[in-house]
Design a protein around this ligand. Sequence first.
Ligand code: ATP
Ligand code: MG
Length: 237
Amino acid sequence: MRKEVILNTLGLRAGYGGKPVLQGLEIEVREGEIVAVIGRNGVGKSTLMKSLIGLVPATEGSIVYRGEAIEDLAAHKRARLGIGYVPQGRDVFPRLTVGENLLVGAAIKGKATEADRRRIFEIFPVLEERLNQRAGTMSGGQQQQLAIGRVLIADPALVLLDEPSEGIQPNIVQDIARNMVELNRATGVTIVLVEQNLDMIRAMAQRCYVMDKGRIVAALERNALDDVAEMRRHLAV
Ligand SMILES: Nc1ncnc2c1ncn2[C@@H]1O[C@H](COP(=O)(O)OP(=O)(O)OP(=O)(O)O)[C@@H](O)[C@H]1O
Ligand SMILES: [Mg+2]
């Protein structure tokens, strides 16, 4: 049985000032999927993520989440509906401790219970070890785990992950990929992943959209992800 569509966009357009970036973009994601969005630098992948969460307004078209048009909702309202967003470059609060960063993430759903915190520490044990450390003093990989933990603590149904591998050591990249896949299997959380790192794409994604110039130009199924030469071509067009 095919699962329900959790997110889709129709003719989505968005940009900055007069500069169009998304030019009629269409994607469809089902409950429980891990879908990657790939494409070379500057094609609009981050703009897509920002437009899905509401940080860049849609100028045309629609974004439908669980059957409801959300393109006019403010970002915090989309977050409350269960959409979590981990931005490119992580953006943790550098002067706050790990624990304080997690509290900020939990505020979306009210208050973090001890069970919520335990759930996050089971996924990313380093966050418990470093609970009282200022986030800005941690490694890139630890900050990435915190950025993801800060989103997961609010228990989202859909996670938007923008280039989690960027600037991170390969072993941590694999750790994060494995943890996210395990979480997906255990909870059914849906993940839309923007990536350029082939190892991370292959470790996480079940299928993949290829973006170019603000549009989807190809949709690849799982078996296509194993064609390394083909994937490299899509990442470097
Ligand atoms: N805040 C902004 N103001 C104006 N233009 C922007 C802004 N952010 C991005 N752009 C431009 O929009 C286009 C798409 O950028 P975007 O960041 O979405 O690309 P990307 O696919 O995520 O690239 P990368 O792989 O480098 O992260 C680029 O031409 C970029 O220069
Ligand atoms: Mg980007």
